[in-house]
Design a protein around this ligand. Structure first.
Ligand SMILES: *Cc1c(COP(=O)(O)O)cnc(C)c1O
Ligand code: SF4
Length: 335
């Protein structure tokens, strides 16, 4: 078979079966789903629309591959790296930006690859922060997680450790005492929870967040702006207020990435900006995350929230939260 022909078949195979991507829902998540098209059901239950791949969508929408010096490490910014020890998750989100890399068959790094990744971090003294992500690092056994965190804890030039995870929200029974004990590091450990709607926050989830807090972790959240799930001012207002009340600081609201078969979830950037503008008028700064876009091609994340500052020949024009504009003097007039 010619290479071109095999590529074509591969594309057809991908476009046809539904679901092409891994499906995974935990009993805890199932218990929060009332109907398949509610804000939790939509996040996990496959839909026909996943067949529809748009030309602008790609298997690596945020360009991780081009910045990977050794397996499992993504080094895009000088002072921090992503470290992906596993490619599996506790659940599989239908809009996942790494959906072409994650799945139950996705291999974890083996012992040797973990050592190579750690050696890379040890050798690069400019790295100040390691972000464990994946897949989901909290599906590792407590023993493996503890070994990994201990190894990182010993690297002198690291200031901060960070874990990005959906486990406390999607699979709270995994937050056992053994796992919580593994999270007790001497360096500060920031845990960034992936959560998109208050309907995901059950009593069990609240307890898991309390436990993490008790273990000394600093809790932040990241959400993805998703059509039909949370693309309203009231859904996000409720979510961010609730998170802050649970001692979780909303960190990022991601514009949905160009992952394959996810166009039914994507809003326009203008819609995201309008929602953020309305939220800023209603919520404290503590409740407000940054609205960010991961630039396709591996150029990193940038804030794409609404702008409040313009310039004219007399200096600056600033818009307040009621939409009124105000003048602010130019630099030279101030000196
Ligand atoms: C998102 C990301 C980070 C972390 O970025 P922060 O803005 O510090 O949260 C680091 N490296 C890569 C490659 C990333 O994609
Ligand atoms: S938990 Fe994260 S990495 Fe895993 S499927 Fe969901 S969004 Fe993707």
């Amino acid at each position: 078979m010619t290479e071109q022909k095999s590529k074509k078949i591969a594309t057809e195979e991908r476009a046809n079966p539904v679901p092409y991507y891994a499906v995974g829902v935990t009993p805890s998540v199932m218990a929060t789903i009332k109907t398949p098209d509610d804000p939790v059901g939509l996040q996990y239950l496959p839909q026909e629309a996943e067949r529809d791949f748009k030309p602008e969508e790609t298997p690596d929408p945020i360009g991780d591959d081009i910045h990977s010096p050794v397996p499992g490490i993504v080094h895009r910014h000088t002072d921090r790296v992503l470290f992906k020890p596993v490619h599996a998750c506790a659940v599989y989100c239908r809009f996942c930006f790494r959906r072409d890399m994650v799945g139950p068959g996705g291999k974890a790094l083996n012992f040797q690859e973990i050592e190579i990744a750690l050696d890379y971090i040890r050798a690069h003294k400019e790295i100040r922060e390691v972000i464990l992500t994946g897949g989901d690092p909290l599906i590792l056994s407590p023993r493996r997680l503890q070994n990994l965190l201990l190894a990182l804890d010993k690297i002198e030039h690291l200031d901060v450790l960070r874990i990005h995870t959906r486990v406390p929200v999607a699979d709270p029974p995994r937050m056992t005492l053994a796992l919580l004990a593994a999270l007790k590091t001497s360096k500060p450990l920031y845990v960034v929870l992936h959560v998109n709607h208050t309907q995901e926050i059950s009593k069990k989830v609240e307890r898991a967040l309390d436990d993490l807090h008790e273990s000394g972790c600093v809790l932040l959240s990241q959400s993805v702006l998703l059509k039909g799930v949370n693309n309203t001012v009231s859904a996000l207002e409720d979510l961010f207020r609730r998170l802050v009340a649970l001692r979780v600081k909303p960190y990022y609201l991601h514009h949905a990435d160009l992952a394959q078969g996810t166009s039914h979830f994507r809003t326009s950037i203008e819609e995201g900006q309008d929602i953020m503008e309305a939220l800023r008028a209603r919520l404290s700064g503590l409740c407000l995350p940054d609205y960010v876009l991961d630039i396709p091609g591996g150029f990193g994340k940038v804030p794409v929230g609404p702008g409040y500052l313009e310039t004219d020949e007399n200096g600056y024009i600033i818009t307040d939260h009621n939409g009124a504009t105000h003048h602010y003097p130019p630099r030279k007039a101030q000196s």
